[in-house]
Design a protein around this ligand. Sequence first.
Ligand SMILES: [Zn+2]
Ligand SMILES: [Zn+2]
Ligand SMILES: [Zn+2]
Ligand SMILES: [Zn+2]
Length: 353
Amino acid sequence: MKDEFLKDLIENGFDFLERAIQQFKTEPKYSVINFCAAIELLLKARLMHEHWSLVIATKNHPNIQDFKSGNFKSINFNDLIPRITSVSGEKISPEIASCFKELANHRNKMIHFFHEAHGGKGKEKLLEEIAVEQCSGWFFLRRLLENWSDIFGNYDERIQSINSSMKGHEIYLDTIFEQIKPEIEKDKAKGTIFVACKRCKRNASEEFKKTNNIFEYKCRVCLFLDELIKFSCLEESCNGEIKIEPGDPDVKVICSSCDSVMERQDIANLLETNASRYEDSVQTNCATCCSLGTVVENDGGYFICTECFYFTKNDIGYCEWCNENQIGGGDLEHSRWSGCEFCDGQVGHMKDD
Ligand SMILES: [Zn+2]
Ligand SMILES: [Zn+2]
Ligand SMILES: [Zn+2]
Ligand SMILES: [Zn+2]
């Protein structure tokens, strides 16, 4: 049962996606609506792969007969990613969630106020906007589909063909790039550094140096945000520069100039710029990759996990139950009661008794 429903859902999702791309120039309004529908269906397929009842929004018990007859209210668009995370434990980056949310907002606006947008800005401007938005949406969706190869592995060809049909959108990215080129040249002359954008590949991603090791990027064409940790190779005789993308706890840090592997402890020693804080012997853990004591403090109040290289300035808290710090775990206001990523708080303690 599950397989045939799932297959239908996936086929449907790809249909909407292909339709959206075809309609992009001729019927932008329907392109936006169908693009969103496609994302919705493919995320639902991810949920249905776990269990059919997860795509149902009901507060009552999900009913298999209702499901089979299509007689049910399905889960809200904005609940899809949180539900995927909560049932599969898979962490989906907040950029992806916010990109999809923006697409949905735009869709709602299009449905209600299309004439306004269309008349006010002119069609070309509107197409530029939609092109950027769909390029972002597809960039993230494709990444998810490729990660979920056990569900979407059979659709590789279709994914590739959608990827090439997105080329029509590229022309609009070129237009934007041409428009802002004079401004980029001017800023370059003033010392601003631009690198190639990972998403749109244009040389328009502005570098923001946060500390000697932490760099953030924002593309002026497609608005893609990116981050890097950088430092010089730890081999004395080597002038290589190490660049690490945050997020992967299994990443092997290798210098591309001399091929040496950098040890985590050496990286930690280098990135730690406030070693004196250890005098109070409170360690900082990383909730993002579930590692204990791997977090160091870098300049400017930034904390970096030397396992997965997640970094943050604000997302740090102190657990009032186990008396340790953690980053990447959000609010710890009620930690005395409910604990942190690494302990069960008073609740867990009471259960044990
Ligand atoms: Zn870009
Ligand atoms: Zn090196
Ligand atoms: Zn980590
Ligand atoms: Zn704790």
